[in-house]
Design a protein around this ligand. Structure first.
Ligand code: DX5
Ligand code: ZN
Length: 217
């Protein structure tokens, strides 16, 4: 499984140093919040750009903003690799995902815990990644919602049946236990914020996640 430490729980005064602590993770997960789609306000493309020279990892940008299409050009220029937009924030979902791809980035669709998989079926053939939120977005440190597991399985089944190869990412409440549930259900990428950056040695938490993500029989 790929790991995507979320800098939402890192020290905002020292972000470059913080991402250095998780250099062996595949992705860096960057939560962009606008104080509108969610109450919290974090950072935008400028911070993505400022961090870019400090990491060669995949920058996985999760947009919790209304009108995400207005931010895509700036994110491309900033060096974003994957851009995720919420189904709930995108009235013209297909167009927005196509624009992300046309800009040369990977396109991701994100669904909240209460949103069913069926509503994103029309775009599954064009996305590179699907993010199934395993908590309601906006805050770190929340409890993993077990009822999202059936959606992960449903997506994995759809992917297999239609011979598609998008990644299935999970985000919210991931630790060394919940990652096992997500992996078993079919997730291929796990975001973890407070579990990783809440520890003195983030790298030890990454190792624990990797252990948890090893298939158990
Ligand atoms: C929540 C964000 C998450 C957050 C996860 O809205 O999308 O990426 O950082 O935090 P944890 O891992 O602490 O639940
Ligand atoms: Zn996120």
């Amino acid at each position: 499984m790929k790991l995507a430490p979320s800098i939402l729980s890192a020290d905002f005064a020292n972000l470059a140093t913080e991402i250095g602590k998780v250099a062996d993770a595949e992705y860096i997960h960057i939560d962009i919040m606008d104080g509108h789609f969610v109450d919290n306000l974090t950072f935008g493309a400028n911070v993505v750009k400022a961090l870019r020279p400090y990491s060669k990892q995949v920058f996985d940008c999760h947009l919790m903003v209304t009108n995400p299409e207005n931010m895509l050009d700036a994110l491309k220029q900033a060096g974003a690799d994957i851009v995720g937009v919420h189904y709930e924030a995108c009235p013209h979902l297909h167009r927005t995902l196509v624009k992300i791809k046309e800009l040369g980035m990977k396109a991701e669709v994100v669904i909240n815990p209460a949103t069913p998989v069926s509503v994103i079926e029309p775009v599954l053939a064009i996305v590179d990644q699907v993010l199934v939120m395993t908590v309601d977005p906006g805050l770190g440190g929340q409890v993993f919602l077990q009822e999202t597991l059936s959606k992960i399985s449903q997506l994995a089944k759809y992917k297999h049946q239609h011979a598609l190869n998008f990644e299935i990412e999970v985000d919210g409440g991931i630790n060394d236990q919940t990652i096992q549930l997500a992996k078993k259900a079919g997730a291929t990428v796990a975001v973890a914020g407070s579990y990783v950056f809440g520890a003195e040695k983030p790298v030890e938490r990454l190792n624990a996640l990797r252990m948890g993500a090893v298939e158990r029989r």
